[in-house]
Design a protein around this ligand. Structure first.
Ligand code: NAD
Length: 480
């Protein structure tokens, strides 16, 4: 074993009071590489007491001081990026270069939120009477319960922690138990940067037990979750029952619409990179490739060629461009989706199988002629699976793009500004990127509509989600 990941509660690294732990596997070898502490309700009570105390401290900390801590944490993350990348690749599987990119992107995110924390402005509303000041104050909403997934263990946590801390909130964060080590390093960077005790508390355990205990608890004022749509709906319902604010970043099934007039070489190159990054385990990954008739053959040839060039292997091995899936569930899910599609008449152009050696590897796969009732055309594959189909005109493409209840990311390639503008108006998604891959920057909104969730985790909207609005109308006492 090379590490044991502990909780961080009230500024102290500690084990569960029950001493229970959960094993952590390397998805490239299926071997146990460590363990993570598993919370009981006693541990959660300690975290709740700490987060309430942390909130009292942090809400009174000036925006300038909050900003300085976030900046310092960003700087520490950059200094430690190489070492944290090794941990991330061991527990999650992605190639080392991708792990490092994620950590550096997380540092950029903390920097952005450091800047935004100094701009949580209120406003003054013109009054109806002389001597009256109508003030709109922005206040931190209170202690937050945050749940983050295993696909981007550090950056998903950085999005939530950065925004919450910028607003003046304290947090109990529960990252995924499959990938506990790298988000613990993010928390360590914040602590080493001078974050007061109790402001960020880190726990792990049984996800359902933890969310069901924390969300209804009166100390918690806001819930932020990134994960699947079914779990998101369950947590949002629980939060609603207890009148807690929510941010929900859920699944997607992104359409990528390639028109006849597109630069097809760029489209194939950029979309293949977007599809296979992190072995396709990305909520905004392009999945349904809708290609206009005249562009179809050339786009498919170029896309398949790029898929064939990928080198599947352990993320720690030099030259690997696509690592294993993060866990066995994903491998089983991918296999079932491909089998179902093939049974219903789909053609496999490349890939289609799990690799038989140890590790949760799955071949990058391109399917064509997938009928609309195939499971893969309706459920988020969350893996290296591209589904390619044809369309004749804009109406047909938009109808297919909007067919699913998901509405997270969408992509389009066209040289026509008229086509691009029409898509901007007609596509039902939280994000649309035309002619390049321009999503998920710290300064731009990040979030979905419909079953893909609620709220935004980028841009100034991200901080707004952690602020409450208070209106103060101040008159002048008589005689002053
Ligand atoms: P899952 O729904 O079981 O879990 C997703 C995440 O939620 C995990 O991190 C898990 O620890 C957590 N979780 C599960 N049950 C929970 C509960 N009751 N309370 C609190 N947290 C809980 O799915 P999975 O098998 O781990 O992942 C596959 C699916 O998850 C994918 O199909 C994808 O839709 C979704 N996912 C989405 C994102 C994203 O970025 N939006 C990230 C990871 C996974």
């Amino acid at each position: 074993m090379y590490w044991k990941v502990q909780f961080f509660i009230d500024g102290v690294w500690r084990d569960s009071v029950s001493e229970r732990t959960i094993p952590v596997l390397d998805p490239a070898t299926e071997e146990v590489i460590g363990e993570v502490a598993c919370a009981s309700t006693t541990d959660l009570d300690l975290a709740l007491t700490a987060v309430a105390k942390g909130f009292r401290t942090w809400q009174k900390t000036s925006a300038m001081d909050r900003s300085a801590v976030l900046r310092e944490a960003a700087s520490l993350l950059r200094q430690r990026a190489e070492a944290i990348a090794v941990i991330m690749t061991q527990e999650q599987g992605k190639p080392i270069a991708e792990s490092k990119t994620e950590i550096l992107a997380s540092a950029d995110m903390l920097d952005w939120f450091a800047e935004e924390s100094r701009r949580t402005y209120g406003r003054v509303i013109p009054a109806r009477s002389e001597g009256v000041l109508n003030l709109v104050l922005k206040e931190p909403v209170g202690p937050v319960a945050a749940f983050t997934p295993w696909n981007f263990p550090v950056s998903q946590a950085a999005r939530k922690l950065g925004a919450a801390l910028a607003a003046g909130c304290s947090v109990i964060i529960k990252p995924a138990e499959e990938t506990p080590g790298s988000p613990a390093e993010l928390v360590r960077a914040l602590a080493d940067a001078g974050l007061p005790p109790g402001v960020v508390n880190l726990v792990y355990g049984n996800p359902a037990e933890i969310s069901e205990y924390l969300i209804p608890h009166p100390v918690i004022r806001k819930v932020s979750f990134t994960g699947s749509t079914p779990i998101g709906k369950r947590l949002a319902a629980l939060a609603g029952l207890h009148m807690k604010r929510i941010t929900m970043e859920l699944g997607g099934h992104a359409p990528a619409i390639i028109f006849d007039d597109a630069d097809l070489t760029t489209a194939a190159a950029v979309l293949a990179a977007g599809k296979y990054r992190n072995a396709g385990q990305v909520c905004i990954a392009p999945t349904r490739f809708l290609v206009q008739d005249a562009a179809y053959d050339r786009f498919v040839d170029e896309f398949v060629e790029r898929t064939r060039r990928l080198k599947v292997g352990p993320g720690a091995v030099e030259g690997t461009t696509i690592g294993p899936l993060a866990n066995e569930r994903r491998q089983d899910a991918l296999e079932a989706l491909v089998e179902d599609a093939v049974q219903r008449g789909a053609s496999v152009l490349v890939g289609g199988r799990r690799q038989q050696n140890k590790g949760y590897f799955f071949e990058p796969t391109v399917l064509t002629d997938v009928p609309l009732d195939a499971r893969a055309m309706n459920e988020e594959p969350f893996g290296p699976l591209a589904l390619v189909s044809r369309f004749k005109d804009m109406d047909e493409a938009v109808q297919e793009a909007n067919r699913l209840p998901y509405g997270l990311a969408s992509y389009a390639y066209t040289r026509s500004i008229r086509t691009s503008t029409a898509l901007a108006e007609r596509i039902e998604s939280g994000m649309l990127s035309v002619n390049h891959y321009g999503l998920a920057l710290p300064e731009t909104p990040f979030g979905g509509v419909k079953d893909s969730g609620f709220g935004s985790e980028g841009g100034s909207e991200a901080v707004e989600a952690y602020l409450a609005t208070k209106f103060v109308s101040q008159g002048s006492p008589a005689g002053t």
